[in-house]
Design a protein around this ligand. Sequence first.
Ligand SMILES: Nc1ncnc2c1ncn2[C@@H]1O[C@H](COP(=O)(O)OP(=O)(O)OP(=O)(O)O)[C@@H](O)[C@H]1O
Ligand SMILES: [Mg+2]
Length: 448
Amino acid sequence: MLKRLLLCIDVSGNGLLHGAGMRQFGTAWDGWQVCTVSGLAAAARALRAHSFPVGVLISSFDGLGELDSFLHQHWDMQWVGIFPPRALQMAACRRLVRDHCHDYHTLPVDMLRLRHTLGHAYGYATLRELPHAPLCALEQPDMALKGGGVAIGRLRSQILKVAGASAPVLIWGESGSGKELTAQAIHVHSARAAGPFVPINCGAIPAGLAQSELFGHERGAFTGATRDKRGLIESAAGGTVFFDEIGDLPLPLQTNLLRFLQEKTIYRVGATHSTAVDLRVIAASHVNLLEAVQQGRFREDLYYRLNVLALDVPPLRERKEDLMLLANHFFSTYASERAPMVKGFSNAAVEAICNHAWPGNVRELINRVRRAMVMAEGRAIMPQDLGLSVADESGADVALDGIRWRADREAVQACLASAGGNISKAARDLGVSRMTLYRMIKRLNIEC
Ligand SMILES: Nc1ncnc2c1ncn2[C@@H]1O[C@H](COP(=O)(O)OP(=O)(O)OP(=O)(O)O)[C@@H](O)[C@H]1O
Ligand SMILES: [Mg+2]
């Protein structure tokens, strides 16, 4: 349960707060614990010390100054702005309200209305907290692999088990499902964590240089070898080497790798002696290596050498319970790329996310969330912002939400235009109160 902590910022630091009849705020008011500060630097200090679900900004608004970037940084709070009426005639102030504020008031403050606004903002903050709850309850804080479901829980406990051993690990999983992250987690929890983690993409090693890239070379081994060079395997000494897409490793290199796994020594190209290298080997593949063995593309003996400890990373469609937790996690991770007014996912977007098959797994989810954070035009991400085909995958309800939103937006825009921008007239024409119309303008993200 969130604490009812309220941060009250006198942005301009000119005592506007007290002048506004809010002296009664003190340190406790109407069930709130209030922290009142003057200026943004003091506000930033208060925010480092405590987490506030709701903040009040009172500003005479002489320009944006640092306010925009400050609010951008603290996007996860519900902000209520209080400004002199003239400030709202400035486009910058209106934009700030639209992008960052849960609601706004004009001076002089109507304390009863403010009490309702703050209560509503707190309710909203509480709602936004809920999807994160399983993350806190089930997450192992030191594990980069996020997820609270059974499948990811099983994978995490397997990671911890194999981390304690030193035998090779073979990780299987579809593209983008988290194989490299799994390999990193094994390394981080192993006794070699202080050593290097060296990933090698076996499909991307240039053919002519492959031998020397992996095993290194001695000076004079070939034209252009002007000095001794350590290979990638040697550079992982004391740590872990991760062979990604091991199925793409050319056959001659498979033979050399097998020798290394058997003897724990390597031969640099052109060397007459071997070098002992102590490291852990982890390999990953998104194709079935046994099939590659049957087709003669992968050495059977290497397969059995690598497949001592096998881990399966489940595809995202088999851990739907983690979808929103991951989506919210990436939303927070890439918060700086977010259009300022975007606060989270709409119900329609949640449904579209849950209905999509995610063939590109977690990487696809990251890309779609990042795209939506930029493309969204309202406060909540819609399915189309994620590039998800609403009609095909998410059913009629989701499609309806989007259609309704667009229809409402067009109707309100048309009404405002025919009323010449006069809010009272447009509200009368629509048959709603002025306050309702203001709320609709905000919800539908209409510039006026
Ligand atoms: N459970 C997870 N929690 C958080 N991030 C994840 C999780 N799984 C994957 N990711 C992220 O998804 C992206 C893809 O993961 P990763 O590179 O490990 O997948 P992969 O299976 O190796 O993909 P590929 O087959 O394309 O090489 C990375 O940015 C990774 O950090
Ligand atoms: Mg990978």
